[in-house]
Write a protein that binds this ligand. Structure first.
Ligand code: DAK
Length: 257
């Protein structure tokens, strides 16, 4: 049983809740290890088609655990902890992951959200990359992913000042897909996950990979991948099902084959 997260299975979705409320879900080594393991297990589980990562109303995550991780850290101890392996492992999960943010998503918390495929937020959410206030910079992808989401000039202002910004601003800069009311944010995020879980899983996976390629390849290479993936989907049963359901005016049932 994990100590620092709670896993709620609500097939075909699963909700992984960060659970260190006494420190606003600060991301320590144990939590990152348990989070990675649970995501890998859910990724391998055919009954689960979409994953939600969330925290509680007050905090998604207030960043790396400053007291546990940074107080006595040296470059050598940071290297030995091999933090990057866990973050890379999360990035490699194939099933779509939605970050459902309420309250603080700061530093590594904001970066964890950006490691997911979609970010949605309660109107109470507060994002930020405040590392500069600690004499450091984002180290889990913040400079790269925020710049790709919001553009160079907005990312510069946010990261060089470390200021916090609210859900509506996060939406206006392209970081957040939807802002939900404080009373229903988690239910709304789960409804989004269920909508995605009803879609054909192979198409969802290839669309996710294609969109990610837009940020790590040339346009030419991305278009080439998209074309191949598009043709590949014509070999799936779910394509037959989707087209047949359209023609016969019925709701499709996708099986992931
Ligand atoms: N670490 C440890 N404890 C934290 C924490 C954190 N990040 N954030 C909050 N806490 C603890 C507080 O110390 C406090 O504990 P007690 O004093 O009660 O024992 C408790 O949570 C409640 O916090 P506050 O009393 O401060 O609550 P407030 O509402 O007054 O303020 C706050 C909330 C979120 C504004 C404030 O707590 C705050 O500024 N927290 C720090 C935010 C921050 O600077 N985050 C960025 C940290 S740097 C990497 C991977 C990850 C990273 C880097 C590299 N690799 C893969 C290489 C990530 C780096 C970071 O995230």
């Amino acid at each position: 049983m994990p100590n620092t997260i709670l896993v709620h299975r609500e097939e075909p979705i699963a909700v992984v809740q960060l659970n260190r409320p006494e420190v606003l879900n600060a991301l320590n080594e144990e939590l990152m290890g348990e989070l990675l393991l649970s995501l890998q297990q859910l990724d391998a589980d055919d009954a689960v088609r979409c994953i939600v990562i969330t925290g509680n109303e007050k905090a998604f995550a207030a960043g790396a655990d400053i007291k546990e991780t940074f107080v006595t850290a040296t470059p050598v101890t940071m290297l030995a902890q091999d933090l990057t392996t866990k973050w890379e492992g999360i990035r490699k999960v194939k099933k779509p992951i939605i970050a459902a943010v309420s309250g603080y998503a700061l530093g590594g918390g904001c970066e964890l959200a950006m490691t997911c495929d979609i970010i949605v937020a309660s109107e109470t959410a507060q994002f930020g990359q405040p590392e500069v206030n600690l004499g450091i910079i984002p180290g889990a992808g913040g400079t790269q992913r925020l710049a790709r989401a919001a553009g160079k000039y907005v990312a510069m202002e946010l990261i060089l000042t470390g200021r916090r910004f609210k859900a509506e601003e996060a939406k206006s800069i392209g970081l957040v897909a939807q802002v939900y009311p404080a009373a229903s944010w988690l239910d709304d995020a789960k409804a989004l996950a269920r909508t995605i879980a009803e879609k054909p899983p192979v198409a969802v996976r290839l669309a996710t990979e294609a969109i990610d390629l837009a940020f790590s390849s040339t346009l030419e290479a991305g278009l080439e991948f998209e074309r191949k993936a598009f043709y590949l989907l014509f070999a799936t049963e779910d394509k037959q099902e989707g087209v047949d359901a359209f023609v016969n005016k019925r709701t499709p049932v996708f099986k992931g084959r």
